[in-house]
Design a protein around this ligand. Structure first.
Ligand SMILES: [Zn+2]
Length: 80
């Protein structure tokens, strides 16, 4: 995988765009950032645990999604 500087900058900018998401865990409508798709860190972790307990497959993507919470500032953005 190769990324030049402009492509990397474009992807970083795209990740900061807020968008409406429906939390797949509790159904709450929330504003998500980037790859975020849950209303709260609590739901993100709950979904992560559900998938881990369901089976070991495709866990790397979930770990990346959880990491995105830290990258985007966690649940702090939801308060504003
Ligand atoms: Zn939720």
């Amino acid at each position: 995988m190769t990324l030049d500087a402009s492509e990397l900058a474009r992807q970083l900018a795209a990740r900061r765009k807020p968008k409406q998401v429906i939390c797949p865990v509790c159904g709450t409508q929330a504003v998500g950032l980037g790859r975020r798709k849950y209303c709260s860190e609590r739901c993100a972790k709950l979904a992560w645990w559900r998938r881990h307990r369901a089976g070991p497959s495709e866990t790397s993507a979930d770990e990346a999604a959880l990491q995105a919470w830290d990258d985007d500032g966690g649940a702090g953005g939801a308060e504003r």
